[in-house]
Every structure is written in C-alpha cells, then in structure tokens.
Design a protein around this ligand. Sequence first.
Ligand code: FMN
Length: 147
Amino acid sequence: MYRLIYWSCSTIPLEEELLKLREILTEAMQFNQAHDITGILYFGQGYFMQCLEGNQKDVEFIYEKIRLDPRHCTVTTMYTEQIEKRQFGRWQMSFVRQKSKELQFLKELGFNGFEPNGLTRNHLDQFLDFLLVQSSSKVKKVEISPS
Ligand SMILES: Cc1cc2nc3c(=O)[nH]c(=O)nc-3n(C[C@H](O)[C@H](O)[C@H](O)COP(=O)(O)O)c2cc1C
C-alpha cells in the first residue's frame, strides 16, 4: 500500500469554483472507486492538497494524469511512502474546503493559513489528522457549499 501527498495552486477562476470542484470530485470518485484509491482533497486559499492512497501503480498512474490537469499548476510532491494501512480508507476522495476551523488549526500551528512550503512533515501529519477528524464528522457523501 502506497501514499502520496502533493500540493498545487488552483487555476480555477473564482466564479467557476463550485462547478469545477464538483467536476473534479465526480471524476475522482469514479476512477478512485474503480481502482480502490482513497484519500482526501483539501482546498483552501487557492491551494489544493491531496493525499492519495492505494496500490502504488494505480496511485502513480492517476498522479501522472492529475499533474497534467490544467485546473491547477505548480504540482509539488510533498512525500510518498509505503504504508501498512490507509488513513482515509472510508473515502474514495473526501473533500474539505478550508473554513474557519481549518484556518484556526493552521494558526495554532503557527501559520497564517495554508502555506505549503512552510509545512514540515510533522505539521503536515498533524493537519492530515485534523482533516480526518473533520471528514469523520461528515456523512460519506460529498457536500460542497460556497465558503
Ligand atoms: C486537484 C485535482 C485533484 C484530482 N484528483 C483526482 C483523483 O483523485 N482521481 C481522479 O481520477 N482524478 C482526479 N482528478 C482529475 C484528473 O486530473 C483527470 O481530469 C481525470 O483523471 C480524467 O482524466 P482523463 O480525461 O484523461 O480520463 C483531479 C484533478 C485535480 C485538478
């Protein structure tokens, strides 16, 4: 089992955000379900961060497609690792859009918001744990509401 985490910059115009995020998640759900990929997609302050978990070949295959997707740029791998167990096993792709709780958590870590370059591995793991708790408090279905 393999895990890959990356961040990127959204290129989606503000007025198209809702529509485009829905499109991305619909595509992700279909492919990920068929290939037993799970994970989380975070969106905040114009950044994406995504954790992909599954068979290494499948994760690498979809990551190659994701990297080329024009809806974001500066796709930067944060880390990859072999894992024993999935962290986001309940979700084909959980989605968390930054709201005040997430921002507050990042501030407690000493950041002004999502600043991918400043995040150490330890910060990132803490943030992912926090996002997991946020996801767990939601039902399995994905809800996207305007922020
Ligand atoms: C931020 C972001 C995250 C994405 N996550 C996934 C994902 O988890 N799974 C997936 O199948 N596609 C995901 N996509 C969509 C893919 O980049 C791609 O559009 C999709 O696989 C369809 O590719 P195709 O038209 O070549 O088949 C994501 C796109 C973006 C911009």
